[in-house]
Design a protein around this ligand. Structure first.
Ligand code: DP6
Length: 360
């Protein structure tokens, strides 16, 4: 089995003075949710997500060798402007990954980053942002060690991304990504995300995700606080076991294309995530009235039309509407007619399954 120590490099064969790389990395939407973690960003249960296509972070990493090698040195730009409030998170990230990338203090970095989705849309940019940064850092390591294999490159990129934000490790490579040890998924690991290795039915090809922006404000509960609530949580152990069961069911469902069964797992996972927050101490309600209006409208529409559209939620009020490509026209019309009114300023984002990070 691969251990984290396997990603600590011994010696680099090349040296590089300065240069830059640029990567884009997408967001992802979890079907089985990661909620609860152990030390070092090890998940309490396995999760699986669809990689998105349009919601992306694009990050350029410029680097130049520096004299003083005693500390990290970087500038951070967001949409071309210095962004001081993002710096502590990056500083912490660099500290966490230094053991895996011993060259980090040799360079001054300029990190120039932007998102394709509107900022403060309530869409988490930590997954795409940390994944894009991790890809750039791996490009630099590959320049220092050109013999590196592709497998190592992508596994380590995912491992680094995980140390920035857990869900970011699912934004590196592949359409459907599993993160966390699961007995029926060979090569699955708590250390990094892996592409779902089994067959995927054509019903899921180009699966659509329309993100309804119900509440674009700051997150009420940060993910750090949220994950912490699972320590001492009365239902934690049962919940972690359930995630394994649900992921097992999804293996079969991906293979046979049973959309009714898919919907049951996905909606139940979303509601369970919120139930965990409602039953923790302190407790939180992260949906708002419009979230519930949307869920009820989706259920009514599905019952009346038999169109297999469903929802999932992250740790907030926004709703991801998931549906097969061949139902797009009818579902989009339904969204325009009945759901847009529940979105802040009528805003929503049309996305679909994508392939992962791309070198630009
Ligand atoms: C509800 O990955 O944001 O979106 O590891 O603390 O950065 P950290 O947490 P984060 O948690 C995401 C939780 C979730 C479910 C999921 O994406 O699996």
């Amino acid at each position: 089995m691969i251990s984290a120590n396997d990603f600590i490099p011994s010696k680099y064969t090349h040296s590089v003075e300065s240069g830059f790389f640029q990567w884009s990395a997408p967001s992802n939407i979890a079907l089985v949710k990661y909620w609860g973690k152990k030390d070092n960003q090890i998940p309490a249960n396995p999760s699986v997500s669809f990689t998105l296509n349009n919601c992306k972070t694009i990050t350029k990493l410029a680097f130049a060798k520096k004299e003083n090698q005693g500390s990290f040195s970087f500038d951070l730009l967001f949409e071309g402007q210095p962004k001081e409030d993002f710096k502590p998170k990056i500083q912490k990230f660099l500290e966490r990954i230094e053991i895996y990338l011993p060259f980090l203090k040799d360079y001054h970095f300029t990190i120039d980053t932007e998102n394709t989705f509107p900022h403060s849309s309530g869409i988490a940019s930590s997954a795409s942002g940390m994944a894009a940064l991790a890809m750039n850092l791996m490009s630099l390591e590959k320049a220092l060690n050109p013999e590196m294999t592709d497998d190592y490159f992508f596994q380590k990129a995912s491992l680094l991304a995980r140390l920035g934000s857990g869900s970011a490790c699912r934004s590196v490579k592949g359409k459907v990504v599993v993160w966390g040890n699961q007995k029926n998924i060979p090569a699955s690991s708590d250390l990094f995300g892996v592409e779902f290795p089994h067959a995927i039915h054509e019903n899921f090809t180009n699966y659509q995700d329309t993100i309804l922006l119900v509440d674009k404000g700051e997150k009420q509960v940060s993910s750090t606080v949220g994950h912490d609530l699972m320590h001492e949580h009365p239902f934690a152990e049962r919940r972690f076991a359930q995630a394994h069961e649900n992921l097992d069911h999804l293996i079969t469902i991906f293979e046979n294309g049973d959309l009714d069964a898919f919907i049951k797992i996905v909606e139940s996972e979303a509601l369970t995530l919120h139930a965990m927050m409602m039953t923790s101490m302190p407790y939180f309600i992260l949906m708002n009235p419009n979230t519930l209006q949307i869920i009820n409208a989706i259920w009514k529409f599905r019952k009346e039309t038999k169109i297999p559209v469903c929802f999932t939620l992250d740790a907030g009020a926004n709703v991801h509407v998931l549906y097969p490509e061949n139902t797009s026209e009818k579902v989009l019309q339904f969204i325009k007619d009945e759901l847009v009114g529940y979105c802040q300023n009528g805003q929503y984002i049309c996305d679909r399954i994508g392939n992962g990070a791309v070198l630009i």
